[in-house]
Each structure stands twice: as structure tokens, then as C-alpha cells.
Write a protein that binds this ligand. Structure first.
Ligand SMILES: Cc1cc2nc3c(=O)[nH]c(=O)nc-3n(C[C@H](O)[C@H](O)[C@H](O)COP(=O)(O)O)c2cc1C
Length: 171
């Protein structure tokens, strides 16, 4: 089985999960790790299974990921699973479902089997702290608690959970 793990990542969180997913997927087949920028729709069509990774940006998949999903080729027998990192500690299941919707829609349109989506928390890059604190209207104390909560994420437990997600998929 040929597995592609491709991702968009600005500050390394989604990339960390991508590496873990690829490491685990390599036990089930021939797994390749590629930045989204390195991949073309023709290249993606050559794989049996694609793991597509994105940070959450303004309650949605990152723009380059959504764009790429729209260019996927119809490929019989292909599977896709997603992985998303976000600064919020956790989102209700229906929110995660809504965030993954562009993946599900692309799969439906292209005849790809959608296999679900892994998600975990990821530290918000420092440059975004002031604007996000302002946007969320959090006082310094509440913001400090939020920063403390996301520090170090994705952590080893997130990595282990991502690997377990892969194992369940290939079980
Ligand atoms: C422009 C921008 C928008 C973001 N919007 C959200 C959001 O709506 N919800 C959330 O939980 N995190 C949001 N985040 C935080 C990122 O999703 C999170 O830090 C993610 O782990 C970053 O992944 P990366 O390091 O792979 O780029 C946003 C970050 C940026 C830079």
C-alpha cells in the first residue's frame, strides 16, 4: 500500500503530527511525507491512502489545503484521512465535523473513501498572541492560563494518539 502524508504547517505543529502519522503508516506500507507545496494532483493520485494535514485557521482548514482538495483527481479505490491542529484545547465533535467538511466533500466528489479526521491542540505561534488575546477579549490572567494550557502541544500524548489513529485505520 502506498501512503502519502501531506500537510500544510506554518509553525511546525501539524508537521509534528504528520511525522508521527508517517512513522506509524510506514509500518503498514510504503509511506511518504511531503509538504503540500511539494505535491501535485497527479502525484497524489498515485497513492492508495492520503493523510491530509492542516492547522485550523479562523474556524476552517488552511486556505492552501482547501484549494488543493478542490484539485484532487477522481481515483478509484483511494482513501483519505485528515489531521488538524488547533490552539483551542478541544472542540465539540460537531465543530470538528464541520471543520473537516471540505475533506468530506472533496472525497464524495472524487469517489475517495473518507476515513475520518484526527485532531489535537497545537501551540499558537508567538506573533499571533497579542492579536488573538485582543480578538478573544481575554484579560492577561485568562490569556496566561490559555498560553500555559497550549504550551508544549502537540505533546507526546498527542503524538501517541495520532499513531493510534493510524493503527485503527489500518487494523
Ligand atoms: C491565522 C491563524 C488563524 C487561526 N485560527 C484558529 C482558530 O480558528 N481556532 C483555533 O483553535 N486555532 C486557530 N489558530 C491556531 C492554529 O490552528 C494552531 O496554532 C495550529 O497548531 C498551528 O499549526 P502549524 O504550526 O502547523 O501552522 C490559528 C492560527 C493562525 C496563524
Amino acid at each position: 500500500m502506498k501512503v502519502l502524508v501531506t500537510y500544510f504547517s506554518q509553525s511546525g505543529n501539524t508537521e509534528k503530527i504528520a511525522r508521527a502519522i508517517c512513522e506509524e503508516a510506514a509500518k503498514a506500507g510504503d509511506a511518504n511525507l511531503k509538504k503540500l507545496e511539494e505535491i501535485t494532483p497527479d502525484m497524489a493520485a498515485e497513492y492508495d491512502c492520503i493523510f491530509m494535514g492542516s492547522p485550523l485557521h479562523a474556524g476552517s482548514l488552511a486556505a492552501p489545503v482547501k484549494e488543493f482538495l478542490g484539485t484532487l483527481k477522481a481515483t478509484s479505490g483511494q482513501q483519505m484521512a485528515g489531521f488538524i491542529t488547533h490552539m483551542a484545547p478541544a472542540y465539540p465533535e460537531q465543530d470538528m465535523d464541520a471543520f473537516a467538511e471540505p475533506m468530506k466533500t472533496a472525497c464524495k466528489e472524487k469517489g475517495i473513501e473518507y476515513r475520518g479526521c484526527f485532531d489535537c491542540q497545537g501551540f499558537l505561534e508567538e506573533a499571533m498572541h497579542a492579536p488573538v488575546q485582543k480578538k478573544l477579549a481575554l484579560d492577561d490572567e485568562k490569556w496566561a492560563a490559555m498560553v500555559k494550557q497550549m504550551t508544549g502541544r502537540p505533546n507526546q500524548e498527542d503524538v501517541d494518539n495520532a499513531k493510534a489513529f493510524v493503527r485503527r485505520l489500518f487494523a
